[in-house]
Design a protein around this ligand. Sequence first.
Ligand code: NAD
Length: 503
Amino acid sequence: MNAPLNIAMPAEAAAAPKSYRLLIGGRFIDAQDGRTLERSSPGHGFTVSRYAQAGAADVEAAVQAAHKAFDTGPWPHMKAAERATILLKAADLIEARLDEIARLDALESGKPIAQARGEIGGAVDIWRYAAALARTLHGESYANLGDAMLGVVLREPIGVVSIITPWNFPFLIVSQKLPFALAAGCTAMVKPSEMTSASTFVLGEILMQAGLPDGVVNILAGLGADVGAPMVSHPLVEMVSFTGSTRVGKMTMASAANSLKKVAMELGGKNGQIVFPDADLEAAADAAVSGGFFNAGECCNAGSRLIVHEAIADEFLGAVKALTAKVVVGDPLDDRTKVGAMISADHVAKVTGYVTAAENGGGRICSGGNQLASSAGQYLDPTIVRDVTEDMAIAREEVFGPVLSVLTFESIERALHIANNTPYGLSAGVWSASIDTCMSVARNVRSGTVWVNTFMEGYPELPFGGYKQSGLGRELGKRAVEDYTEEKTIQFHRGQRTGWWVG
Ligand code: NAD
């Protein structure tokens, strides 16, 4: 029996919780009915933040502010170079406050602080990439329609955009959406998760400081039903960019369909890493462990299914198990931590429920499997379950915890069948020294990203998104700004127009 994890209380525990107010029309204000929402640090158990809790009246005020900023404000009419300058200034200010923002995300989500710093650094890079794209956005011209006609296709900002984000990568995910919407000339309402809103409010401060005109970005903390739902159904909103669960994503799409809004959906995943006997097994074992347990498995991209050739299953699992034993679980604010706290007690129960059900169905736990005793907060032991079969819930559903399910195969056809046998299609990995094997898997797996002899890397240049029920549309990549535009066709006629219909 291991000693309970000793979680040190940070300085914040002795201070009053940090307070955040809604950003509407360029001002930080309380909710109209004065309600507030508190967030407790899942790693430490003290109240870390208090946000103004928006309701229907605040959503209405934010939509009106965003609509006014779009309709009569300078933002959509500025030169792209001017918008890019503000985005670049924002990137510099994020970088200057990187440690502070990372600490807020670590305290509110329970993620390890060193990882959080990496995420904020990644976000800075994305803001800079979006600024560059602002200046390359352009339409098309058609001079091949005869001498009397010139066709011009404009890319115009789509209008007011609602951006709704989850709790697992609070600052990174808003940074995959907002800078591109702004680069296009849109105005926005942003709703972070009710559990991790602090860093998005800091972003609001940064954007105002960077010179963003009032009302261009409005930030609302609050619950999905009170705030997210009206942000989706409001008739003045033209587009919804949502990242979260497939369940809420489907509800969001259905609601958006009533007013035929454009939607972009980044949803859940059940990603498999396929390991062949000729792979670099040391590298693959490392990726199996990081893929399964990064962000405590609370990751859409988690490599939650390890699909390993039966000829090497025992040897490979031995290596994975040995590496898992070295994973440091504990205080999110400790620089050595790799797996921090779970987001909530309810979520711990959900994750452990999947493990118990798998065990009852014939799965064998070969590592972890338990909640760890700790002086504060909630922590799960990285868990490996073998003898998992395709019909088990743990093999099909998004567990969203530090749980690796192991399935075996004997042929490439079976490996592909297992990999594709899920309603999701976000990402996949393949490990083999054979280019033929890698290419066969990469071409036949139904997922938006396939990593070949690597896992979970990301670059602003590369589009990211899901097949099947993992989403709709792509984020990042060179077309990321175009997503937030409408196309307008203009036909210029030159010279005398001769009537052709009634003569
Ligand atoms: P969630 O769906 O519960 O919540 C996401 C957001 O939607 C939150 O801000 C929430 O308040 C809001 N919301 C809830 N009900 C709503 C409603 N009726 N209308 C509008 N908005 C509403 O997801 P979560 O638990 O915060 O995040 C975890 C999920 O996000 C996982 O499924 C994960 O895979 C997914 N995710 C996907 C990606 C990706 O890029 N594909 C990235 C990160 C997370």
